[in-house]
Ligand binder design. Structure first.
Ligand code: GLC
Length: 566
């Protein structure tokens, strides 16, 4: 087994607009990141991954890139990037940047040229333009829907004011999909990789690494898969509903396996090419796939030895707080990834999902991407969620492989549910007319200090999303040095993880515990998580880490301990 750093690293996700704001405009920036890097070093992570800070009209918070090789003035300049990276190197932190190859912004120079050019021109051929269906081309070329709601096609207006062709966008209308059959697109991205590698980055997190290649002919998908649950039920007679719901479930599973745009075979050739580009550079550079594909055996194809290095384990992220399911996903992940020689990764939160402290008490949990807001009929219990969230994090950080930590989870931050509608920016919220809240609730700026406007997030006290008053108690300075705080728990966990080599270790399941318990050893530590409702007995040995507050002899519900038994 090779020993590249990323195989066992803890990688911290910085979402720049919400991390730290040095310029005072209320939006985080690279100079803010530079200022706060020592605190990440102190936390004990190995690397930072930064979500996009490139030139962008910010229609999808920077995942709509207009220039892949420059910094948006909102976040600073290329010099600020270099300064940030130099500081990271000085501290011994690796730097991973985001690559967004499925689509550009509609403000990208290529897309502007495509709009100005004729149908069938080389400019249009870099994107996916098609004539509409219907008598006058007024019907979209197929029935695909955007991930953010509404059709995945937008019709353009030609220079003469007449309706023109349609272009494909799996996400927002401001995010046209590239045509990866076009060699120019391949060349563009090789250049982007080299640009950042030349500047010294340690790797890339690849956005939508399951969507770049579309099935030949762009065939329709089954219309039932296109309907949301509410629409589906409204359209059906009562007695039909159950049967059709089951049918829909089957169709959704089939769609996941055979979607004409997710997980096409053709993506692998692209990763092999990028693998070779990275191999031209010295040192261990990493390619991380954001690929929402299942099952795990399919995802493992993304990380075969000549493709990407690792892939986010969203199966793990989506596993509910249930011991049998947690054991199964850990076992299946280790098996599927090791079968291709890749490390497993573990992740509980990121900028696209409801924060895990909130997820673990949500009843019922809204579907992925829908978000949660004041009108969501979901019951929440903040204290229970935090307790489970801490236990889940301690379980995750004890697993062999590489773990991802999303900014603010080390503070135990909950999702912000009651953001005012007018503050929300996620295109999901706007494209669905407010029906789905989307992802703003996990993107609220980080509280660094318990006092001051914006809790130390911004030098001016401004914040692009309002922070709740309760966040004073979650602030980093309120937790620093405070025994039992979530921050201190993470710090201790990361220190022990490194000391005991947990990331490079291997897991052995322990028998003899109740079903509601996840128990294993990794090296000289025994890890026990109680996911049930009753306390369970503990073996002898020294408790070196405790997600609860003072566990003795027996382990309370929703608590994880690490014990040195040797
Ligand atoms: C990825 C990003 C998400 C973004 C989408 C479109 O899923 O993580 O934030 O909206 O891609 O780029």
């Amino acid at each position: 087994m090779s020993n590249e750093w990323w195989r066992s690293a803890v990688i911290y996700q910085v979402y720049p607009r919400s991390f730290a704001d040095a310029s005072g405009d209320g939006i985080g920036d690279l100079a803010g990141v530079t200022e706060r890097l020592p605190q990440l070093k102190d936390l004990g992570v190995d690397a930072v991954w930064l979500s996009p800070f490139y030139t962008s009209p910010q229609r999808d918070a920077g995942y709509d890139v207009a220039d892949y090789t420059d910094v948006d003035p909102l976040f600073g300049t290329l010099d600020d990037f270099d300064a940030m990276q130099a500081e990271a190197k000085r501290l011994g932190l690796k730097v991973i940047v985001d690559l967004v190859p499925n689509h550009s912004s509609s403000e990208h120079e290529w897309f502007k040229a495509a709009l100005a050019a004729e149908p069938g021109s080389p400019e249009r051929a870099r994107y996916i333009f098609r004539d509409g269906r219907g008598e006058n081309g007024e019907v979209p070329p197929n029935n695909w829907l955007s991930v953010f709601g509404g059709p995945a096609w937008t019709q353009i207006t030609d220079a003469d004011g007449k309706p023109g062709q349609w272009y494909l966008h799996l996400f927002d209308g401001s995010q046209p999909d590239f045509d990866w059959n076009n060699p120019e697109v391949h060349e563009l991205f090789r250049g982007v990789l080299r640009f950042w590698l030349d500047r010294g980055v340690d790797g890339f997190r690849v956005d939508v690494a399951h969507g770049m290649v579309k099935q030949e002919g762009l065939p329709d998908v089954h219309p039932l898969v296109q309907l949301g649950d509410d629409e589906l039920t409204a359209d059906l007679e009562e007695d039909q509903a159950e049967e059709t719901a089951a049918e829909k479930e089957t169709l959704v599973a089939e769609f996941a396996a055979e979607s004409p745009y997710w997980g096409q075979e053709g993506v692998h050739e692209i990763f092999r090419d990028w693998h070779n580009v990275l191999a031209e550079y010295e040192g261990d550079r990493v390619l991380v796939a954001e690929a929402w594909v299942s099952p795990l055996e399919k995802l493992a194809k993304w990380v075969r030895p000549d493709e990407m290095s690792q892939a986010f384990n969203f199966g793990y992220l989506e596993t509910p707080w249930n011991a049998a399911e947690v054991r199964a996903v850990i076992r299946d992940s280790l098996e599927a990834f090791s079968a291709v020689g890749a490390p497993s990764t573990w992740v509980l939160s990121n900028h696209d999902v409801i924060r895990h402290t909130t997820r673990f008490s949500a009843d019922p949990l809204p579907p992925q991407g829908a978000g949660i807001g004041p009108k969501t009929p979901t019951k929440l219990d903040e204290q229970l969620g935090l307790k489970r969230g801490r236990a889940a994090s301690m379980l995750m950080l004890a697993l062999p492989g590489s773990a991802y930590v999303y900014q603010g989870e080390e503070l135990g931050l909950p999702e912000v549910v009651d953001l005012p509608d007018e503050a929300r920016e996620d295109p999901t919220f706007h494209r669905t007319g407010g029906e789905l809240y989307g992802r703003d609730g996990c993107r609220v700026p980080v509280p660094w200090t318990s006092t001051g406007d914006s809790y130390g997030f911004s030098h001016s006290g401004r914040s692009w999303l309002p922070q709740p008053p309760e966040w004073a108690t979650y602030a980093r300075d309120a937790q620093e040095g405070t025994e039992g705080s979530t921050l201190e728990l993470y710090k201790q966990a990361l220190r022990l993880r490194a000391e005991h080599g947990l990331g490079t270790g291997s897991l052995t399941w322990l028998d003899g515990y109740p079903d509601a318990v996840v128990a294993f050893t990794n090296g000289d530590l025994t890890v026990i998580a109680n996911i049930g409702t009753e306390p369970v007995g503990l073996p002898g040995g020294e408790i070196v880490l405790d997600s609860g507050k003072g566990t003795h002899g027996s382990l309370p519900a929703d608590t994880t301990v690490w014990i040195r038994t040797a």
